[in-house]
Design a protein around this ligand. Structure first.
Ligand SMILES: Nc1ncnc2c1ncn2[C@@H]1O[C@H](COP(=O)(O)OP(=O)(O)OP(=O)(O)O)[C@@H](O)[C@H]1O
Ligand SMILES: [Mg+2]
Length: 233
């Protein structure tokens, strides 16, 4: 057991005006082990996105600390946070956010360009990642020519292309029907089991939670329950 990510006494408040402050996260403590699929669940407005953005260095907490791979990321500069996100972390969002004019292959290859990997390596790795997510036959389709589930797989191929240690996924299955969502969850599980990844995702869909290792329940900015699923393998 090895901790890859830890949140210690995280709070996040949003000042709306002189009179109103929203306390989106109150006192969050989380410890994520390497090689696990972790779910943050909770109703709309419970703080899932706020928390995953802080864990993934997209946002800073009002107080508290996030420790990634033994290093406190909370004190990093913007550049430091950017670097971390480019190298060790990646993101999959509900809305997918593929570039519509590019094919699946081009979307993945383009993402790798931002890291400065040489062309030959990008070509090889982009194909490898698309095959890994089961899109061998759809590589040269544009997002508009793919189903929602296939588009989400392209986003996952893009997320794994830079070989991150940790993937964050905010509601990756929310736009999909249940069977397609479960297929995405199974792919996540495979990436965790066979490719050594750690995944932290949010969902409010109970069907998706069966397939993960740990479920944190958020209510009104507080973690009210932690459930560890026994490994059936
Ligand atoms: N930038 C912001 N400014 C002000 N309030 C915010 C901001 N972002 C989030 N909040 C508030 O913080 C609380 C938590 O929001 P958050 O988006 O984290 O919820 P969520 O659990 O992701 O919900 P959903 O399931 O709808 O995505 C909500 O009350 C929301 O209105
Ligand atoms: Mg959200």
């Amino acid at each position: 057991m090895e901790t890859i990510l830890k949140a210690v006494n995280i709070t996040r408040s949003f000042k709306i005006n002189d009179k109103t402050t929203v306390h989106a996260l109150k006192d969050i403590n989380i410890e994520v082990e390497r090689n696990k699929l972790v779910v943050l669940r909770g109703r709309s407005g419970s703080g899932k996105t706020t928390l995953i953005n802080i864990l993934g260095a997209l946002d800073r907490p009002t107080s508290g600390e996030v420790i990634f791979d033994g290093n406190a990321i909370t004190g990093l500069s913007d550049t430091g946070m950017d670097k971390l996100r480019r190298k060790d972390m990646s993101f999959v969002f509900q809305s997918v956010a593929l570039i519509p004019t590019m094919t699946a292959y081009e979307n993945v290859e383009f993402a790798m360009r931002l890291t400065g990997a040489p062309y030959s390596e990008r070509v090889k790795r982009a194909k490898e990642c698309l095959i890994r997510v089961g899109l061998e036959k759809r590589m040269h389709h544009r997002p508009g020519e793919l189903s929602g589930g296939e588009q989400q797989r392209v986003a996952i191929a893009r997320a794994i292309s830079n070989k991150p240690k940790l993937i964050f996924a905010d509601e990756p299955t929310a736009a999909l029907d249940t069977p397609t969502g479960l297929a995405v969850m199974n792919l996540f599980k495979e990436l965790v089991r066979s490719d050594g990844l750690t995944i932290v995702m949010t969902t409010h869909d109970t069907a998706m939670m069966e397939l993960c290792d740990v479920v944190y329940t958020l209510e009104d900015g507080v973690i009210t329950d932690v459930k560890v699923n026994e490994d059936e393998g």
